[in-house]
Design a protein around this ligand. Structure first.
Ligand code: ADP
Length: 507
């Protein structure tokens, strides 16, 4: 859900529109209902008070006309009055009655006569107190149950004191008007508002979805085209339709794409030209170099006949010409990679065997390096070009001998289903993270001042060789801890392989 929210603009637009419109509609509905409810209650109260007042008048008249001074007949007269009042409108009666009194009675509540199951205790005490202590008509909204069985319902209670002139007793008469009808009207209205609000929110959500689609579809199309452009399809352009913002975006995008394309083409041409130049120069230098090299061999062989200074010059000449020759052959190799002309001569190569034979190189023994090979005693066969694999491993070992100042180098071979890996690990000076990133750059050397005779092309060529097999050459290093190179070659050509070794130097 969170991913969808982050990724999809449309989800965000539609969700926030729905939430905001639901809030607005909810608030409006709530305010409307509140107003209607108070309006309904007030009008019901006005009608109830008016009706109650005429009832009070009738009751007072009844009491006034009864001239009994005895309590018993007066009580009977009152009961009759309550009965006649409540019976008056039969089933269409809109109120319940409760007569309390005489209020001077010792009984705290006083005798009560009422039209239904309403009891004096169910009446709101605040209102009862006010009516009993003061003259005048009082009302209050309340929630009461008007019979034994019915649930509580909203009522408006109106009360007033009555005085019997015969005995001088006072009574409290309460009218209870049900507000069930108003309640039902409110419920009906609330349901209607809820339904209306819900469909409105859904409608607004739908509209937001449609509108956002209208805007986002061209943006999505632009994104797809930009992605295709970024993945190298430089001919991709957007369709420009109309003159709106999207059309202007498309025009700008197309302009940018055209500029980028021409820049890229220009750089590609330049790079091709440079590659051609390097390749041509290397080829051109080859023939004269061979001649010069032959001449230097002659001088080198005859050096014993020269005076010491000339003999030293002959040695230097041969050394530098050898270096020159190896640089030229490296450059030619690289230009073959660049031109896509490098060829593989595939056969089954056992990486464990390669590791052992390279470790036996007398050059390493001369450099005083002890190479430990760990191959698990099993062959690690891959389909590869043995000459190139051999060159990679020899280069890695020679580098370890030349640069690491490590006394031991360990070579490990391992394999998994997808391929075989060979690691060359030294325990010398190491490389920092910045250096490990640059170690495969052409002509790069960690410290150009280190006079080790390298050209900075060995590792770039090794990586190209690995890539030509569909494999990888990775490096890890830590200053003072050493360096580890891991070569991985897939077992089957054209498939990708997962390295079978993990470097200890990996962070
Ligand atoms: P070259 O050996 O011809 O200089 P490479 O491409 O083989 O070129 O190596 C590039 C640079 O990487 C070297 O000059 C050296 O500074 C650094 N380097 C390579 N291998 C190691 C290693 N095992 N330990 C430390 N530095 C290394």
């Amino acid at each position: 859900m969170r991913g969808l929210w982050r990724r999809s603009l449309q989800t965000r637009v539609v969700t926030s529109t729905i939430v905001l419109s639901a809030l607005a509609i909810g608030f409006t509905g709530w305010a409307l209902l509140r107003d209607v409810a108070s309006e309904l209650a007030e009008s019901r109260r006005d009608v109830a008070v008016a009706e109650a007042k005429s009832g009070f008048q009738y009751a007072q008249d009844q009491l006034d006309s009864a001239v009994d001074t005895e309590a018993a007949p007066q009580s009977e007269a009152l009961t009759q009055m309550v009965d006649s009042l409540t019976a008056a409108r039969g089933t269409t009666r809109t109120y319940e009655l409760l007569l309390k009194g005489p209020l001077s009675s010792d009984d705290a509540l006083g005798p009560v006569r009422s039209s239904s199951a309403v009891s004096a205790t169910t009446l709101p005490t605040a209102l009862v107190d006010r009516v009993q202590t003061r003259d005048g008509t009082y009302w209050q909204f309340s929630d009461l149950s008007l019979s034994d069985t019915s649930d509580r319902e909203p009522v408006v209670v109106v009360g007033r004191q009555l005085r019997a002139p015969g005995t001088g007793d006072t009574y409290a008469l309460f009218y209870l008007f049900s507000m069930q009808d108003q309640q039902s009207t409110l419920t009906l209205m609330r349901n209607a508002l809820l339904l209306g609000g819900l469909s409105m929110v859904l409608m607004v959500g739908g509209v937001a979805w449609l509108v956002s689609r209208q805007v986002l579809d061209p943006v999505r199309l632009a994104r797809r085209i930009a992605e295709r452009f970024a993945s190298g399809n430089l001919e991709q352009r957007m369709h420009v339709r109309g003159e709106d913002d999207i059309a202007r975006l498309s025009t700008s995008f197309n302009q940018m794409a055209t500029n980028l394309q021409s820049q890229i083409r220009r750089l590609e041409n330049l790079s091709r030209l440079q590659q051609r130049f390097v390749s041509d120069v290397s080829h051109e230098l080859r023939t004269p170099l061979t001649t010069v090299q032959m001449a230097s061999e002659v001088l080198f062989d005859a050096r014993t006949a020269f005076d010491p200074q000339t003999a030293r010059s002959a040695e230097l000449l041969k050394g530098e010409l050898d270096r020159f020759e190896s640089l030229l052959s490296d450059l030619l190799d690289l230009s073959r990679f660049d031109a896509g002309a490098a060829q593989l001569e595939l056969e089954t190569v056992d990486l464990a065997e390669v590791a052992r034979s390279c470790a036996d190189d007398p050059m390493l023994q001369r450099a005083g390096i002890e190479v430990m090979v760990e191959d698990g005693g099993v062959a690690a066969p891959v389909l590869a070009d043995p000459r190139r694999i051999d060159r990679i491993v020899r280069n890695l070992l020679a580098n370890a001998a030349k640069y690491s100042k490590s006394a031991t180098v360990s070579v490990t071979v391992a394999q998994n289903d997808s391929g075989a890996s060979l690691s060359v690990r030294d325990f010398g000076v190491g490389l920092d993270s910045d250096e490990t990133q640059r170690v495969f750059d052409r002509f790069w050397r960690a410290d150009p001042a280190r006079v080790q005779g390298g050209t900075g092309l060995g590792l770039p060529i090794a990586r190209e060789d690995a890539a030509l097999h569909g494999g990888t050459l990775q490096v890890w290093g830590q200053l003072g801890q050493g360096t580890e190179f891991i070569l991985t070659i897939p077992k089957h050509m054209g498939e990708t392989s997962v390295p079978a070794l993990v470097s200890e130097l990996a962070p």
